[in-house]
Design a protein around this ligand. Structure first.
Ligand code: GDP
Length: 297
């Protein structure tokens, strides 16, 4: 992730350091390079514009220009702005609700919802010592339901049984009751997706949200789809009270545009990133500070 961006920014900073002092001219050149690097990384245009304006404002400050190490100060400004863009700190899950805390995962088909449900369940079980129940409400794809059952067995997390003949809302409500009876701490609801944003899918996600009142409503999105990921995030965020985003397939995303744009466009934090197909080791909490340092190499 971010390989190209890191390469481009490293070159920009090298050029700047070679100049000794900062001037309006070389700041302008550096900003142009940063702008191009962000656009090539597939960062959304309005996000790039704001980013460059903020960096320009800070970099033009007298203290920067007069500093003994203006190049380094410029790098620090870009670093801080990247951290700001991605959300400053890690927003972890809010599971403070009366058990079961319901986590609902929404997103397009193929984005990685089912895989992520299992990854998240395992993370909650191992790291947070939670008793987790999972359920699939994807009545349109029996294979998806079977996949969740199979993954549950593999990671030793219980799965509430569901079948294609049932109503999604009913399944979810029954699962909440079962979770209450079984004294589970967390219920993860894996919902149906479609290939594209569509009204029916949104209506179903809204009905599920109203029925089970999730404490976390997470939008799962494939990082490799770049600007499409951001547009889809916006559509879901407009229709649903999302609490955060899980960015999957970050391991296959060399550009990083979605990671850098999603928060600015939706106002919702990225809470986790998917970094591989494996259920074990395939999910990490998202730390903006670490990401920014990684980007700057
Ligand atoms: P769903 O339709 O949204 O439930 O998507 P699935 O969970 O079935 O995932 C679709 C495909 O994406 C599967 O082949 C997963 O193994 C793969 N996948 C999910 N998350 C990741 C990830 O973080 N990295 C990689 N490389 N593949 C992933």
């Amino acid at each position: 992730m971010f390989d190209n961006l890191t390469q481009k920014l490293t070159q920009t900073f090298k050029n700047l350091r070679g100049q000794g002092r900062l001037s309006e001219d070389n700041i302008r050149d550096a900003l142009r390079d940063v702008r191009l690097a962000l656009l090539e990384a597939d960062v959304a245009l309005p996000v790039v514009k704001d980013f460059i304006n903020n960096v320009r404002e800070s970099a033009m400050g007298e203290a920067v220009v007069k500093s003994l190490t203006p190049g380094q100060v410029f790098v620090k400004i870009v670093h801080d702005e990247l951290v700001q863009l991605m959300g400053a700190h890690n927003d972890s899950l809010d599971l403070s609700a009366r058990p079961p805390a319901v986590i609902l995962l929404a997103g397009l088909q193929g984005s990685g919802k089912t895989t992520t449900s299992a990854k998240l369940a395992l993370w909650l079980k191992d790291k947070e010592k939670k008793r987790v129940l999972m359920v699939s409400t994807d009545v349109y794809r029996p294979a998806a339901m079977e996949q969740l059952v199979h993954l549950g067995k593999d990671i030793e997390v219980d799965v509430f049984p569901s079948s294609p003949g049932q109503q999604p809302v009913r399944i979810a409500q029954d699962a909440v009751e079962a979770a209450q009876r079984g004294v589970y701490d967390v219920l993860i609801v894996d919902t149906a997706g479609r290939l594209h944003v569509d009204g029916e899918m949104m209506a179903e996600a809204q009905a599920l949200t109203a029925a089970v009142k999730p404490v976390e409503l997470l939008f799962v999105v494939d990082a490799m789809t770049g600007q499409d990921a951001v547009n889809t995030a916006k559509a879901f965020n407009d229709a649903l009270p999302l609490t955060g985003v899980i960015l999957t397939k970050a391991d296959g995303d060399a550009r990083g545009g979605a990671a850098l744009s999603v928060r600015a466009i939706t106002g919702k934090p990225i809470k986790f990133i998917g970094i591989g197909e494996k259920i074990r080791k395939g999910l990490e909490p998202f730390y903006p500070e670490r990401m920014a340092s990684r980007i700057l190499g």
